[in-house]
Design a protein around this ligand. Sequence first.
Ligand code: PMP
Length: 420
Amino acid sequence: ITTPAPTIFETVESEVRSYCRAWPVVFERASGSRLYDEQGRAYLDFFAGAGSLNYGHNNPVLKTALLEYIERDGITHALDMSTTAKRAFLETFQSTVLQPRGLPYKVMFPGPTGTNAVEAALKLARKVKGREAVVSFTNAFHGMSLGSLSVTGNAFKRAGAGIPLVHATPMPFDNYLGGRVPDFLWFERLLEDQGSGLNHPAAVIVETIQGEGGVNVARAEWLRGLANLCRRRDMLLIVDDVQMGCGRTGDFFSFEEAGIVPDIVTVSKSISGYGLPMALCLFKPELDVWEPGEHNGTFRGNNPAFVTATAALQAYWGDGALRQQTLVHGGRVESALRRLCADHERSGAGYRGRGLVWGIEFTDKQRAEAVCRKAFEHGLLVETSGPEGEVVKLLPPLTLTADELDEGLDLLARSVHETA
Ligand code: PMP
């Protein structure tokens, strides 16, 4: 359901055309893994705010923390001032996420959105290296601002803005050309070749699994090869973990499985855990080169988001339980999709994914959209992704129960079969 379409508000003149979600109801409230429309009908949410609600809607632990904070007149907005809520977040992030993983990062709050984090990462890399070029990948998605769009590999998103890919060069993502893991020698040759137009890049920006690009999973060996190349060739490695971070793939950071340590990491979406805008740009200490005020923005200090983020880290990342559950649930999804897609004649689909992010690729966008519409009729919310919108993406809350997962997978299978 990605094409601009009239929404239920089409008669309200203020509604713009660029919104793409056209589910024909008005939603009113949400709890856990379900949304409810104003008629009281329930929908199982396998979209989860495009990955912003890894702990479900109105998670009771986070809600209690937020209500208590508001009740005692906690600060809501504080730019980059020091506050107790911010300190608690930084300490908790350190003790539950960074320290146990031996990650050395400094934490920057670049603004409220994933795009803000990506912009900060690109600017920082260019400043540190004193070079402008950045390498990105086919089918990547990094945001809708001019900078982040220039490293986004989606012609439809870029077209209207007419962005020339100045200083940003797209390279083939893993499996784009099929088959074996490359040794990246071709990449090194291009760097050495004065005629290739590839000026020595400051950085390479990559998603470990391309979410908007159609759930394209980079293999661990490919990511390690890329990290080695960056080291050898003095380029900073930026991992954009806006969608795949915060436990989506099982690990807190999606790059952990590959055993790499990026120089810069962007995080947003589920970091606040409650759907409140918040983003992080993490970088190695030696990259902390900005002067005070050189990169800032008004909404960096969303203290209610710090409060829910802290509660989420304490509740879910103090032990390995959520990771374990995500991997077990992921195994359940994989078996269900294997069964669903085994009869390719009937389903017309293939699948891929890890943890609790899965993509089911159909032969065309029309079929994928038909599946989403049918799923909606059955009370399941799923979205399309991929360069042509041909992939149905599953992104349920990580906290969903096994019963909810099975229910969603059943509804999905029915929707696939009924649209065949
Ligand atoms: N990077 C990635 C990998 C994303 O998936 C997204 C959002 N889909 C963004 C950046 C942009 O985040 P935001 O929409 O919060 O600006």
